[in-house]
Design a protein around this ligand. Structure first.
Ligand code: GLV
Length: 311
């Protein structure tokens, strides 16, 4: 059996997977450039189109990340090859920490204190109680649900939203279009953890932004395509003049790397991070990749990605 790995630092992944699947031959895409051969399984993060086109005998693809949008949008993706994703391999907790940092950033006024520091202004703001700081989480998949639970454990009232109805202890769950308006109306920080699909594209536009309370903040560790950037900039206001939105912590962008001339880089109320919120932890992920390949080989029925749903 031959397994091809395509991801940054593929050699480390190859060695770890080789240890876990000693009978298999594990190759990296770099090595494959020199010795093309039949491959049974591809474990990859954002494989190039040409690579996907070179693998006619694939029995399965394992997506080495949470979102499958990049893979599904790849024109080289072979039809009819089952795709599986990792279960939460520890990314959800990493993303949860990122979101907690962001929520506390706004709830404890770190944005204001940063501005005050630039003018050496010593002024304390009264603390808004966590109980008075409802957080909205759009997307209640494996990651969204875990992140929402972490915020509940921290003491924030949490509203979650998904397209179809869901239920989780301690989370006020909303669904569908009406549910979205209900949620937007009452949250002080909005967190985006939806998959990037044609349906979720620009779900954050001028209309949804206008539905948020004045002074709300936005955290996006999900996908850049969820946000209409022009509408976001408008809601953030220009220069020192605050708009309806108090600030945004953004980790995902429609175009990555974020182009140098994108105004978000220099916006005084925007914090840009380079898609670092939820890297795939190698150790747990490699264990899951091995288990998935064993399950494929044993002919077990696996939970596969539904390309028409986009996740
Ligand atoms: C990262 O963005 C992922 O989908 O895992």
């Amino acid at each position: 059996m031959r397994v091809l790995i395509h991801i940054d630092e593929a050699d480390t992944w190859r060695d770890a997977l080789a240890e876990r699947l000693p009978a298999a031959e594990i190759v990296t895409s770099e090595a494959l450039a020199h010795q093309r051969r039949d491959i049974d399984y591809l474990a990859a993060w954002k494989p190039p189109e040409a690579l996907l086109r070179e693998l006619p005998d694939l029995k399965g693809i394992i997506n080495l990340g949470a979102g499958v949008d990049a893979l599904l949008n790849n024109p080289g993706l072979p039809k009819d090859v089952p795709i599986v994703k990792l279960r939460d391999a520890g990314m959800a907790e990493l993303i949860g920490d990122y979101v907690r940092y962001g929520v506390l950033h706004f709830q404890r006024d770190f944005d204001r204190y940063r501005r005050q520091q630039s003018s050496k202004e010593w002024r304390e703001h009264a603390v808004d109680d966590k109980a008075d700081w409802p957080v909205g989480v759009l997307g209640l998949g494996a990651i969204g649900a875990k992140v929402a639970g972490m915020l509940v454990a921290d003491g924030f009232p949490v509203h979650g939203w998904s397209r179809s109805p869901k239920q989780f202890d301690g989370i006020t769950c909303h669904h569908g279009d009406n549910g979205l308006s209900e949620l937007l109306d009452q949250v002080r920080t909005l967190v985006l953890l939806l998959p990037g699909t044609p349906e979720t594209r620009h779900i954050i536009d001028s209309e949804t932004l206008a539905a948020l309370p004045e002074g709300a903040s936005l955290i996006n560790p999900g996908r850049g395509t969820l946000i209409d950037e022009a509408a976001l900039l408008e809601a953030l206001g220009k220069g020192e003049t605050e708009g309806r939105l108090r600030g945004a912590l953004l980790d995902a962008f429609a175009e990555e790397p974020l182009p140098r001339d994108n105004p978000l880089w220099a916006h005084p109320r925007v914090w840009v991070t380079p898609h670092m919120a939820g890297p795939t932890p190698l150790k747990e992920a490699v264990g899951q990749v091995a288990e998935l390949i064993e399950a494929f080989e044993a002919g077990e029925t696996l939970e596969t990605v539904d390309p028409s749903a986009g996740y």
